[in-house]
Write a protein that binds this ligand. Structure first.
Ligand SMILES: [Mg+2]
Length: 294
């Protein structure tokens, strides 16, 4: 199918009124700051043709972008999706991919506003999500201070335990709720051990945790290093009241931020290595559902 027909097809599927010009012309609202995030989903790195459906790939790509907006306390507005398609990814794959992606986008009122298409030797998809926060209220990784309490939403190890079958839900309403509460926040894309280490590096502090909420069926190791959970990891001053759950989503107290060498994490009193998903490392922990690929 020629590119113009493919674009027509995507336009029809998405019902987008933004696609058609060289750029999307988007309205701006006064008093807001723009949030912009980019993510990739690459065949044989993040997904495999035989084991991951096109619809799941679309959903996951959108979930990764929206989760970054959630981590900053923002509201997502527009998405730009670019695709490099290998020969095996035909029209059916393309349709199912966009259906998965648009299902999650519609749930959060995100509009597909553009992208690019090309043929390639492997299939890869990239997303850019534009979101917004009221000026000066974006949550960052760098705001944690010694004495702050460390929390996480949901239960960890879900993606690893379900071999990637369970689809992640970006925690957008929790992120917005945390704008007035949290001192620091990030989403868990690569595993708690590695992501908490990153948050502590940005905040120039250490953390001591005692408890991790483990998803039913997952091992404690999967909960610590499994990755792809897309829950929110956040800190709040000890005087700030954080409920044990928000609209059915558990919020668990993991431990406390401490002064000390930046990035150092203690789990039950012992040093915790910053292990997790890192696509530039040759060996990743066996917890991840993608291990079968290597
Ligand atoms: Mg992130």
């Amino acid at each position: 199918m020629p590119e113009l027909d493919l674009i027509r097809r995507i336009r029809r599927l998405s019902g987008s009124r933004w696609i058609g010009d060289d750029c999307a012309v988007l309205p701006q609202r006064p008093g807001e700051e723009l949030l912009v995030t980019a993510d990739l989903l690459v065949e044989n790195v993040h997904f495999r043709r035989r084991t991951h459906s096109a619809g799941d790939c679309g959903w996951r790509l959108m979930a990764r972008g929206l989760s970054d907006i959630a981590a900053m306390g923002g509201t997502p507005r527009y998405a730009f999706v670019s695709l490099a398609l290998a020969k095996w990814a035909g029209e059916q794959w393309l349709d199912a991919f966009y259906r998965g992606l648009l299902k999650l986008a519609r749930r959060h009122r995100v509009q597909l506003a553009g992208g690019d298409l090309t043929r390639a030797s492997i299939t890869a998809a990239g997303i850019v999500v534009l979101g917004a926060v009221p000026g000066g209220t974006a949550l960052r990784r760098s705001g944690a201070r010694p004495g702050d309490i460390v929390y996480v939403s949901g239960a960890l190890g879900r993606a690893a335990a379900s071999k990637w079958r369970d689809l992640p839900e970006p925690r957008l309403s929790l992120g917005r709720y945390l704008r007035a509460k949290a001192s620091a926040c990030m989403d868990l894309s690569d595993g708690l051990a590695l992501d908490l280490h990153r948050l502590c590096l940005e905040s120039r502090c250490s953390a001591a945790i005692d408890e991790v909420p483990v998803y039913p069926g997952a091992t404690p190791a999967q909960a610590l290093t499994g990755g792809d959970d897309y829950e929110l990891l956040f800190t709040a001053p000890p005087a700030t009241r954080i409920p044990c759950s928000l609209r059915g989503l558990a919020l668990t107290r993991l431990g406390v931020i401490t002064a000390g060498s930046p990035g150092r994490i203690l789990f039950a009193g012992r040093p915790l290595a910053p292990a997790g998903w890192d696509s530039f490392r040759r060996i990743n922990p066996p917890a991840r559902g993608m291990t079968e690929l290597k």
